[in-house]
Write a protein that binds this ligand. Sequence first.
Ligand code: SF4
Length: 366
Amino acid sequence: MEPIAVYVHTPFCPSKCGYCDFNSYAMDGEIMDRTARAIVTEIRRSPHKGRPAKTIFFGGGTPTFLPIDGLLSILEAVMQTHPPAEPCEITSEANPGTVDAAKFRAMRSAGFNRISIGAQSFRDRDLSALDRVHRADDIVRAVKSTRDAGFQNVSLDLMFALPNQSIDAWLKNLDCATTLEPEHLSLYCLTIEPNTRFYKLQRKGMLLLPGDDAQATMYDAAVERAESAGLRQYEISNFARPGFECRHNLAYWRGEEYAAYGPGAVERVGGVRWTHIKHPLRYCVAVERGDDLACEREALTPGMRRTESIMLRLRLNEGLPLNLAQPDPEGLAEAKRKGWIEQSNGAVRLTREGRHFCNQAILALL
Ligand code: SF4
């Protein structure tokens, strides 16, 4: 059987961040144990049982906020249902306020071999503004604990274009991150999504965000600093030392199949994509009753596959192979003329300039 990427969604966080539109809930107590048990039950009933895992990724929410027994019981169920293929990248997202050395040691012993830490900023003022529960010192401690526990593949997430953030402050953040010598960096521009506290603040004119030019400068500076620290850009927002690119996310960007478990998790197997029931309690009840867990389901048409290939592959430095999806010829010519796209070796890819116009370039190619 063909190995597959496996995703597990754990939806709990200590509090809800003001910018967050992920399927996450500020809940704790019994619902966390019940959800962990339900996820294990779902995995053990999987129709994909026996299909080896090429990667396993725990996201959220905050996986490390789950009680450790629950977290490890889910990993055990995944590994029994999807025997890890060699080598298998096994990642957990972790937030600095929810981890300690003992937890990382237990995770490493159980089989996790990659940790992705949601650092976001090394300035306490930014972290408070974002409603994060951790402080800068916690990030440093968390990275040290991963190393002490034996993790040799650690990623840090940072966000830029934060409220009142100067370019200088962003550069200091990058320096703090690279000083910790992570194998991987994810650098995301803060985006304001509907149904978030930040969206309401922005509508009231109470959120002062860096403008487009400052954002572009921050992005260019980030690429430069990351690359000079030995972290090569391989995706529009992602950088890694050679060999440490996130294999799980590469599978997603390359349009490969992925099995998924847990509230709100999205699975794509056999040309069908479906989303799990999002609310943890409703998800638990559905698992316990043996009901259908889907809240949305769609069969992917050739047109949808082409659109997704263009949207996702163009984010990668390796680009979009033209034998996979044909871009609109006029749009391609226009994007090349504007200097956004280059073509070589049977693929089209964004130029450095084009990375600032990724959405427009994708629209042109569609
Ligand atoms: S920690 Fe992450 S998932 Fe949780 S509320 Fe904050 S942004 Fe959302």
